[in-house]
Design a binder for this molecule. Sequence first.
Ligand code: ZN
Length: 160
Amino acid sequence: MNILWPVFHDPSYKPSLAERLAFHWQANLRMLRRPRDVVLFCVISFAPLLLLIGVQTIFPGLYSVSITQANPTPNMAPLMFTALVTLLVFLVLQHFAFMLAINLTYLHHVRSALLDRGIPLCPRCAQLLPPDTPDAGCPECGHPASLATMNDSVPPDVDV
Ligand SMILES: [Zn+2]
């Protein structure tokens, strides 16, 4: 798992912007049909915000300055410092939460959307599979190719 940005597909596969928008749109629609993924995505994405609210509720003194008649112009520097550190920590945590959420709930929809469009990607590691050996496993991670072309749609001629 890349912690800076999700690896949606093999970097040697270079779709145009229009193609990229199209398969991400398909992946979004796929994800919306999976309530589990949507809920998990929201829970993970909002966790840092809940943590922030929790910290501010538990330690209200960190984020307030009292103005009294005896001290009408308090020193604002500690408050500014605390706010800045809080913001930085929050942004870092939010980024990691977002990456975790994407990797757990969205990434596999992107790879399925690419497979549906006929892009021969390994669904586990997103390596481009050689088109001439469709039955071979993934050369990168060994994922069996029979699974690589499987998706959740049932062919119309199969009785279930
Ligand atoms: Zn692979």
